[in-house]
Design a protein around this ligand. Structure first.
Ligand code: HEM
Length: 405
């Protein structure tokens, strides 16, 4: 039997998909020494762990995985405590608030970035657009000072490096912890000030939120904002870039989306399945659990390989083909713990920002297509994905004939 390449090897980083297939087929449950976790790769198993119908898993792994950079966030919470926190934060990310309050913020922030390169005929969709757009949107939604955007970028980059630090580089770890201190020093005074002078922004909403007599402390809100910058920045950034990388590689599908903007949600859903921004999410087993791939002891860390589950041939036909017209994937990213792929996870911790991400990607892709009617990759450029924990195109240089705004 062929050996499964290690998830920390250069071969895996270059292209994880052949390794994922080999895992699903020959080693659907393997112990991984460096991350001290069990890797699972089949859709059926990943779905079972995320949905956790029998209460067999917790997110206690986040105590060491994210607490040092974010403090205590919703992700670390379990059971009733999680349900209450979820009820406190979720309404702000639902349909009506999103449409009324935040769609204008999304449209404005996208337009501002496009205006910078609109007349130039060339841009890097990653550096000039994708890495800036979602983090600008979150900062703007929270009502933070635009002048500080460069700092948010620096912080969220170091947080992401911390999360992806699977090999445990001590400098990356130290930088992540410094970010927590700097972010707290920045954010706590802003929260106190906003409690005194509330406005119409997301931060004021979070300060005022109350469920069953429970409210969030300044520290809770600070940790949530820290999570939003990273969870809402990095992921949506890679989703926007991924939509274009996939469409530019499939010019017929790009032409179809250009001709019918109603296909953008399909391009987004298929991109999340085919090239998910987050490839690995961990859980901890509370009891011994038997999955299709084997048995995990109690107290073990499990790494759900999202990129592997999303290409499981027992779930999708021809899974290694990018096809926005596939009929085994619908475009509903309902605000619920359900989706047709596991890119947003499933169950209790299902991405709270899924609808926001959808609104951002649909707006951004539409505006970019309008600004660049003949967008094409720069001569000779082939998109390359980077990253193991999170993954997306590192650069996406395009050329286009400018059109009047
Ligand atoms: C949770 C992915 C966009 C905020 C999650 C989880 C995944 C995910 C996989 C589950 C983590 C777990 O179960 O351990 C994504 C992807 C996105 C995206 C692929 C973009 C395409 C956003 C946005 C926001 C956001 C825009 C908000 C601004 C959150 C929060 C949670 C979460 C707060 C924790 C929910 C909970 O613990 O109940 N996301 N996300 N995400 N996401 Fe997203």
């Amino acid at each position: 039997a062929r050996q499964v390449p290690d998830i920390l090897s250069p071969a895996f980083a270059a292209d994880p998909y052949p390794a994922y297939r080999l895992m699903r087929d020959t080693a659907p449950l393997i112990w991984h020494e460096a991350t001290r976790s069990y890797l699972i790769s089949r859709y059926e198993d990943v779905e079972r762990v995320f949905k956790d119908r029998n209460g067999e898993f917790t997110t206690d792994n986040y105590d060491w995985q994210i607490e040092p950079v974010h403090g205590r966030t919703i992700l670390q919470l379990n059971g009733r405590e999680h349900a209450v926190r979820r009820a406190l934060v979720a309404p702000a990310f639902r349909g009506s608030d999103l449409r009324e309050k935040f769609l204008p913020v999304i449209e404005r922030n996208s337009r501002e970035l496009i205006d910078v390169f609109r007349d130039s005929g060339s841009a890097d969709l990653v550096d000039d657009y994708a890495t800036r757009f979602p983090v600008n949107v979150i900062a703007d939604m929270l009502g933070l000072d635009k002048a500080d955007h460069a700092r948010f970028h620096r912080w969220y980059t170091s947080v992401i490096a911390f999360l992806g630090n699977l090999s445990g580089d001590p400098e990356v770890a130290a930088a992540g912890e410094r970010t927590r201190v700097e972010f707290a020093a920045y954010m706590l005074p802003v929260i106190r000030e906003r409690r005194e002078n509330p406005g119409d922004d997301l931060l004021s909403t979070l300060c005022a939120a109350e469920v069953d007599g429970v409210r969030m402390s300044d520290e809770d809100i600070k940790a949530f904002c820290s999570l939003l910058l990273a969870a809402g920045g990095e992921t949506t950034d890679k989703a926007v870039a991924g939509v274009f990388a996939n469409l530019l590689r499939h010019p017929d599908q790009l032409a179809a989306v250009r001709a019918d903007r109603g296909l953008i949600p399909r391009a987004f859903a298929e991109t999340l399945r085919y090239t998910p921004p987050v490839h690995m999410i961990m859980r901890q087993s509370a009891t011994e659990v038997t999955l299709s791939g084997g048995t995990i002891p109690a107290g073990a860390t499990v790494t759900c390989l999202i990129g592997a589950a999303n290409r499981d041939e027992s779930r999708y036909r021809d899974p290694d083909r990018f096809d926005i017209f596939r009929d085994d994937l619908t475009t509903t990213t309902a605000f619920s713990a359900a989706a047709d792929h596991v890119a947003f996870a499933l169950g209790r911790h299902f991405c709270v920002g899924a609808l926001l991400a959808k609104a951002e990607v649909e707006t951004g892709v539409g505006q970019l297509l309008d600004a660049m009617p003949d967008m094409r990759l720069a001569d000779g450029f082939e998109p390359v994905e980077e990253g193991v924990f999170t993954r997306g195109p590192r650069r996406l240089p395009v050329r286009f004939t400018p059109v009047p705004a």
